[in-house]
Design a protein around this ligand. Structure first.
Ligand code: SF4
Length: 468
């Protein structure tokens, strides 16, 4: 793969490469078809899934609108049970805070459970550079770590890989037996990971939710790896974006099934843990120290945007990726971001700057499938339009886009010109038909990947007139 430092060019290069891989695309589509079937069946078991979406969205709204209050309550409760809370305004501060804790304990090895927020701050790269052994304990994350790749999807990190490829990888990296039986492959990984849990000095996790009322983080998973990561090492560090707060414990009763249904099509994920501090005097196990690192990293910039702050309600279920026609075709790595798909395209320009990431707003057909599926009702496709508008308003569009929009404005303001353009378009279509999509076609750049139907014999206006 050619590497470009410009995210827009890189996106285009990677999208062209991935969309040409028809076999991989059909593999992804068939995996997602299975997910969609199970998810729909699970949704039907709700008395009213729509009412549940509204209630979940409202609970997250309440948290986002009172973030200062709920975050303070959450931190106070945690600290009252002996946990240490670190407030970090950006990734640099979070990285330093975590590194300091690890160094203070003279640690050698770190075990991690799946946490996209650590991907966001590039924690693994830092720790490995500092000489620590870092092992991902989630099976999908473990696989992509062995391949030295970023997660493909923030819920299913290795969804792009076939079992035969994982077999080859395990044989190469773990000297495992030759098998493409999923259960046997899981056992191979499990054997390696069990030893790592026992020897790790530090366990790092994320948090799916932070419950303000009880001061507990909630972690949801299917493999049990997060439980071992947070319980066995003597120090547990949880990294959590500040938007993960929910007001009350009872909100979890709704959030956990919503996350499972939308994310994986399950009624509930297999393991749901609430952790509210280090080992207490009357407890016999658990970490001796617990640190919760609260990360802003431009989330407050999004909070300050009255139009788009509802994107902070996201519970990272990944459902919008699973239904997105663009994600299914260009794949997760093409986005070049921690959060892929529609939600990634909405928030990345806020988190990393509109100028470099505005192209993501165009990686959408605006079909609205994402907004329709979102369990907390985020208006995703309209946010993509708003990002396009903001980029254009700041003069960040390319020259071609500006010229095109200027031409469009001139034509649309003059009915006679609009009619003339329509007629010329028809003539142009007929004349260029024999050279459609070839290099001598004046619209080659646009038409090389598009088929163009013949225009209707009669325009709508002509039809309307003919009806008298
Ligand atoms: S935007 Fe909605 S659908 Fe997409 S990951 Fe977030 S909660 Fe799920």
């Amino acid at each position: 793969m050619s590497q470009s430092t410009n995210p827009t060019t890189q996106f285009q290069t990677d999208a062209n490469r991935v969309t040409a891989d028809v076999d991989r695309r059909s593999f992804l589509r068939s995996s997602l078809r299975g997910y969609q079937k199970t998810r729909t069946a699970t949704q039907e078991r709700f008395l009213s899934y729509e009412s549940a979406r509204i209630a979940a969205g409202d609970a997250k709204w309440e948290a986002i609108e009172n973030l200062d209050v709920y975050l303070a309550q959450f931190a106070d409760k945690l600290e009252s049970r002996g946990a240490t809370v670190h407030w970090c305004s950006d990734s640099e501060e979070a990285r330093s805070a975590i590194l300091e804790i690890i160094k203070k304990h003279d640690a050698k090895s770190v075990i991690k459970s799946k946490c996209m927020t650590t991907e966001e701050i590039h924690l693994n790269e830092l720790l490995e550079k500092e000489g620590f052994e870092v092992v991902e304990s989630d099976l999908g994350e473990f696989i992509v770590q062995l391949r030295d790749e970023a997660p493909y999807h923030f819920v299913f990190p290795a969804m792009h890989l076939k079992k035969e490829e994982i077999n080859t990888l395990f044989q190469e990296k773990l000297k495992s037996i030759n098998t493409d039986d999923p259960e046997e492959l899981t056992m191979v990984a499990r054997e390696v990971l069990r030893q790592k849990y026992l020897s790790a000095d530090i366990g790092i996790s994320g948090a799916n939710f932070g419950v303000a009322e009880t001061g507990m983080i909630s972690i949801t998973e299917n493999e049990g790896n997060a439980r071992l990561t947070t319980a066995l090492p003597k120090v547990h560090i949880a990294l959590m974006g500040i938007e993960k707060i929910i007001p009350r414990l009872e909100d979890l009763a709704l959030m956990l099934p919503m996350l499972a249904t939308a994310g994986t099509g399950q009624h509930l994920t297999c393991y749901n843990s609430q952790l509210g501090g280090p080992r207490q005097d009357d407890e016999s196990d658990g970490p001796l120290e617990m640190h919760v690192v609260l990360l802003d990293n431009h989330r407050t910039r999004l909070l300050a945007d009255p139009e788009q702050r509802d994107a902070l309600r996201c519970i990272r279920c990944g459902a919008c990726l699973n239904v997105c026609p663009i994600f299914k075709n260009v794949g997760g790595h093409t986005y070049g971001t921690t959060y892929q798909g529609p939600i990634g395209s909405v928030i990345t320009p806020h988190l990393r700057g509109l100028k470099d990431w505005k192209h993501l707003s165009h990686s959408s057909s605006l079909c609205g499938a994402c907004s329709e599926t979102c369990p907390v009702k985020i208006d995703l496709h309209h946010h993509l339009l708003r990002n396009r508008r903001d980029a254009a308003g700041k003069g960040q569009g390319g020259l071609a886009e500006k010229v095109l929009m200027l031409g469009f404005t001139i034509v649309m303001r003059r009915p006679w010109l609009y009619r003339l353009t329509g007629r010329l378009g028809k003539i142009g279509h007929v004349l260029t038909k024999p050279i459609h999509g070839t290099r001598i076609d004046p619209f080659y750049a646009w038409k090389k990947t598009r088929d163009l139907d013949d225009p209707a014999k009669q325009s709508f206006k002509q039809y309307w007139k003919s009806r008298k």
